[in-house]
Design a protein around this ligand. Structure first.
Ligand code: BTN
Length: 323
């Protein structure tokens, strides 16, 4: 999105209750009145409802439901996360696009969002079903200044807490299944995929990919996951505006990321455990083989702590919880 359009949206979103005249906009943006008018028409095409009143000026009444870079910018209250949005109608995977952009020096906080992914990918090379316009499929480029590669995996847990906090505000009883699954009502709602480019002691960049099922009806869920997955609509019976939801998620992610960078992971341990899925219950974990375990909590460094049937404590850095 061009810089002028971005500034125009900023001005209008900070004047929600008043009108801004064409002349004022033209002065502030340093463009002609007819250029202002053209930009307004482009915003209308994006789905904005704009009221234009003679002698008063313009006012945006409603931002669009459909995902778009301009609608995402409306109301986004972050300092850096999502201030650069790359919006695509269809991609193989937003992870791939984000890696490409990161290699080309894209800014810290750039977010790639797509309406649809044809080859969405999950953890352990699994396929991630990402239907057209039904969910949020996005990847954020993070360039942490001072974290060692081994701490980067903690970012997955930090992101999970951010998502859980954001969705809990909507009254949902969110659980996190270590390390990266967001659950509600015993079914998976969202997943996080953290990929990184690093040298031995230096992280070049991290791509934090998040997929969330939002407006799916039961028939929209792929047959292979119908029994195990859910969507926000299925849990709340409310269709959500994807732009607003993504804005809220980005705001929470930015806040939690800053806390993590400034104060470290220890702040998140207790919070994460308060959301832990089936904590204290027997379940199965898969490492080299599959065995019974009881989740106790997480270690200061983010590893999962369980006990086995022999009552031995085990610290797991890589494992899958079977549910
Ligand atoms: C998982 O639960 O295994 C992680 C799923 C992550 C899916 C998201 S959707 C946006 C980004 N692009 C991808 O291809 N994957 C992640």
């Amino acid at each position: 999105m061009g810089n002028t359009r971005k500034r125009l949206i900023d001005i209008l979103s900070s004047h929600k209750d008043t009108y801004v005249s064409g002349q004022e906009l033209s002065n502030m943006l340093n463009i002609s009145r007819s250029a202002v008018w053209k930009h307004m028409n482009e915003l209308k095409k994006d789905g904005y409802q704009i009221e234009g009143v003679t002698k008063k000026g313009y006012r945006i009444i409603n931002s669009p439901n459909d995902l778009s870079a301009s609608a995402l910018q409306w109301d986004l209250k972050t300092d850096w996360l999502g201030q650069e949005i790359v919006y695509k109608e269809q991609v193989k995977s937003t992870q791939l696009v984000a890696h490409e952009l990161a290699r080309e020096d894209a800014k810290h906080g750039t977010v790639v969002v797509a309406r649809e992914q044809t080859e969405g990918r999950g953890r352990m090379r699994r396929y991630w079903d990402s239907k057209d316009g039904l969910g949020l499929w996005f990847s954020s480029i993070i360039r942490p200044m001072y974290i060692e590669p081994k701490r980067a995996s903690q970012l997955t847990l930090v992101a999970a807490v951010a998502i859980a906090d954001c969705l809990s505000k909507k009254g949902l009883d969110i659980k996190i299944k270590w390390p990266n699954d967001i659950f509600v009502g015993g079914r998976k709602l969202a997943g996080i995929l953290t990929e990184m480019q690093a040298e031995q002691d230096f992280v070049q960049y991290i791509i934090l990919g998040i997929g969330m099922n939002v407006n799916h009806e039961i028939e929209d869920l792929h047959d292979s996951i119908k029994e195990k997955a859910t969507s926000l609509f299925l849990e709340t019976r409310e269709k959500m505006n994807l732009n607003h939801l993504l804005d809220q998620l980005l705001e929470e992610l930015e806040l939690k990321y800053e806390m993590f960078i400034e104060d470290g992971f220890h702040l998140f341990k207790e919070k994460w455990e308060s959301y832990a899925y089936k904590i204290g219950e027997w379940l199965q974990v898969k490492t080299n083989n599959t065995w019974d375990a009881k989740v106790i909590g997480i270690h200061e460094d983010g590893a999962l702590i369980v006990t086995d049937r022999q009552d031995q404590e085990q610290v797991l850095y890589s494992a899958e919880i079977i549910w």
